[in-house]
Every structure is written in C-alpha cells, then in structure tokens.
Design a protein around this ligand. Structure first.
Ligand SMILES: Nc1ncnc2c1ncn2[C@@H]1O[C@H](COP(=O)(O)OP(=O)(O)O)[C@@H](O)[C@H]1O
Ligand SMILES: [Mg+2]
Length: 308
C-alpha cells in the first residue's frame, strides 16, 4: 500500500501511540513515541499519545483507540506482555506478536533458537541468580543481562579480574545473564520491514562499543549504508535477518544485530522486535536508503495491522 491508501484505511480509526512504560529504557521509548506521535499528527491521523503505566487498561478504554502503535522498549513493552493485554482487549497493534516478542527479549533463549536455525551466534554461558561464576578460559568476553536493551548493564571483560564486577553489574538488570565470546569485527544491523529486508547498516561507534551513549548521543556513531562488508557477508546477513523474521514469526518490523569478523563470518547477537525510532536510530536511516522517509516508515509499520 502507498501512503495515501494507508491513510484512507486509517480514516475512521483512532491510533494510540503507547510509550514510556516501566523499563530502564523508558526515556528512549518516550523519544521514539513522541517522534511517531508528531509524525502521525502531521499526517492528520486521529492519534493520541498514551504513557504506559499500571492504569494502561483504563487509559486505553478512555481514549477509545482502535489501533495501538507500540513504541515501548524493553521488559513488559517488548516481551509479549502488552501484546497479550491488547489481544485480550481486541485491539490491533503494530509490531511482533507474543511469540516473537517473548523469545527475542531473552538473549539466551533466542541464541538457542539461532543455533537450531543454523545461524552462527557467539558461544556463551548462561548464569542464573546465585550460581557460581564459571571459569572462563579465553578473554575477552562480554557480559550482558539476558533481557535488557540499549546496552544497559553490558561490560566487555578483558581478564579474569574484571569478571566478578561485570557479572554483578549485569545481575542488577536481570535474574539471568550471559557471558558471551567477544567477536572483533565490523558491527552491522539488518532490519526487515513487513517481510522485506532492508539495506545492511554498518555501525561505527565513537566509543569502545555500541553502548548507550554511542546509541543516543548526536554523533555518537556513524551509520554507513550499505555496509562496507564483502558481497558474501552482505547476502548472509540479509538471509539471516529474513530467516529470523520468518521463523520467529515476526510482524511489522524487526532488527537483527550482528558482527562480521575478519574471516567474513557473520555472527548474530540478538533480534530486536521494537527497534528504536529516535533521531539517532538505525531503522529510520536504513529505511531512508530503501526509499522510505520517516513518515512512510511510520505508515508502513501501521499498515501491518491490516495484514493477517
Ligand atoms: N559478542 C560480542 N562481541 C563484540 N561486541 C559485542 C558482542 N555482543 C555485544 N556487543 C556490543 O554490545 C552492543 C550491545 O549488545 P547487544 O547484544 O546488541 O545488546 P542490546 O543492544 O540489547 O543492549 C552491540 O551493539 C555491540 O557493540
Ligand atoms: Mg543490540
């Protein structure tokens, strides 16, 4: 559908942009949400913004929305909880459903799926609360909370002495953490929009890795599109992203983070089911190169509620 057709279908519908929420990515979600809200207002869509809290059901009922545009990041906004709630309320929503959301939010579980799908993912160990920190033979490793985004709670660990404090930090964010092999190489990310793969983005952060500041500070990182990687790695990366979209039954949009090592091997780190829509986010830039400006991107994501 083109923009005019999507706008026509939205004519008698009220859209609520859901943002905020309880996760540690609340502030980023507000940035994504307000950006989307402003765009839909400009397009004259009947739209309102809803800050998600414990009274979300009452707020939705009061606003009488027909469609929820989910702009939440992390925890209950991205793990299937709000998606399940909306299904119970019989309200259509943008983005992935319960299945894709609940698997993708957990890096440990999703890496198990990647392995099963024959998709390369760096070796890792999983640690649950109160377990003894295992002996790590090779450094560097990267320690991450299993279900957290925006690089919060992540540390690159270069030797055994640094491990305990990194583990402690990651546990502040989650009851389950992973200790993953660090892959040196070019960082890339690949979006899939309504089943169509987007150009591969290469991320060049100014800092040691693509951490919180590199993600959201103006000029914190450079996005090179199309990514400067070999033709072969480019194709593999796009195939991986398409396979993940399909096999995890994603909808609307997803974005798969990967690293290409010096041998041109492509390693998948994680799948994001509600990628950022802020001014410094990756999907808006990749979409632009694919021919969709921010308005078209927002409408394309909205269009997916009319797909079966
Ligand atoms: N195994 C790894 N090797 C090298 N760098 C990594 C690895 N895992 C994560 N990183 C770096 O940390 C960033 C955040 O990790 P990621 O797994 O994408 O979690 P999230 O984006 O959900 O916080 C990545 O974008 C990358 O810069
Ligand atoms: Mg990531």
């Amino acid at each position: 559908m083109n923009n005019t057709n999507i706008l026509k279908r939205l004519k008698n519908k009220k859209v609520g942009v859901l943002y905020g929420g309880f996760s540690s990515e609340r502030k980023i979600s507000i940035l994504s949400g307000k950006n989307i809200l402003k765009t839909l207002k400009k397009l004259k869509v009947n739209v309102c913004g809803i800050d998600v809290d414990k009274n979300i059901v009452e707020k939705i009922k009061k606003e009488r929305i027909d469609i929820a545009y989910i702009a939440l990041h992390g925890s209950k906004g991205e793990n299937g909880a709000i998606q399940g709630m909306l299904e119970m309320m019989d309200i259509s929503y943008t983005g992935c459903g319960i299945f894709a959301s609940s698997i993708s939010i957990d890096k440990d579980t999703s890496k198990k799926f990647f392995k099963y799908m024959n998709i390369l993912t760096p070796d890792w160990k999983t640690l649950k609360d109160f377990e003894i920190v295992p002996k790590i033979k090779k450094y560097p490793v990267i320690v991450k909370p299993a279900s957290q985004g925006s690089a919060l709670g992540i540390t690159i660990v270069k030797n055994a002495f640094q491990l305990a404090s990194a583990v402690k930090k990651a546990f502040k964010y989650d009851k389950k953490i992973i200790i993953e092999k660090f892959i040196t190489g070019k960082e890339i990310t690949v979006g899939v929009l309504n089943g169509k793969v987007l150009p591969v983005v290469e991320i060049v952060p100014k800092r040691e890795f693509y951490d919180f500041k590199s993600k959201y500070q103006n000029g914190g990182s450079k996005h090179i599109i199309p990514a400067g990687i070999s033709h072969n790695a480019y194709k593999i990366a796009q195939n991986y992203a398409e396979k993940i979209y399909k096999d995890l039954k994603c909808k609307s949009i997803c974005r798969v983070d990967m690293i290409v090592d010096k041998n041109n091997k492509v390693w998948v780190l994680e799948n994001n089911t509600i990628p950022g829509m802020t001014k410094t986010s990756l999907i808006p830039d990749a979409s632009k190169v694919a021919g969709y400006n921010f308005e078209s991107l927002v409408l394309k994501i909205l269009e997916s509620v009319f797909h079966k």
